[in-house]
Design a protein. Structure first.
Length: 163
């Protein structure tokens, strides 16, 4: 295995006080446990072969919340795997495995997740007024090939704050 791209995730929006135990369990089991278990398996294989690259997809909302978008609980579970123990990641890096925690943080991406959402509304989430194409995310992942522990925002400037 050469590369693992952690891209699975679910996103739920509702006021903070309305999240249920079922909502939280669904978010945690997909966004955190899914990431943990697949990354453990991949890194085990990469350690055996003495090479590999782990890239995790996050969201610009993890860095810069949008006023009125009730996504704080979703972002608790989707943002920032780089908060894991840096010493552990450095031990893995020394064994020729690049561990790019949250290498790519997109905003709205033209994907099946948004197939039923109004296009004009989605375009308002970033200053450039567009919806990112999947190819832009793929290009960021491929460009990041030699980087370690960095975040590449593919979000038209959304991570800089609401304009």
């Amino acid at each position: 295995m050469d590369v693992l791209v952690n891209n699975a995730g679910i996103f739920r929006t509702k006021p903070f006080t309305d999240y249920t135990t079922e909502d939280f369990n669904a978010l945690v089991s997909t966004n955190l446990l899914g990431l943990l278990y697949i990354t453990q398996r991949a890194v085990q294989q990469m350690l055996k072969q003495k090479s590999g690259n782990v890239v995790t997809i996050s969201a610009s909302l993890a860095d810069q919340p949008v006023a009125g978008m009730h996504a704080s609980v979703s972002m608790m579970t989707k943002g920032r795997p780089e908060c894991s123990n840096p010493k552990s990641r450095n031990r893995i890096r020394k064994r020729r495995i690049r561990f790019n925690a949250n290498a790519v943080a997109p905003d709205v991406v033209d994907s099946p997740l948004h197939k039923d959402d109004p296009r004009d509304s989605l375009k308002t989430f970033q200053p450039m007024g567009k919806i990112e194409e999947i190819k832009a995310i793929v290009d960021a992942i491929l460009w990041h090939g030699q980087g370690t522990g960095e975040i590449i925002h593919v979000d038209g400037g959304s991570h800089a704050g609401r304009w």
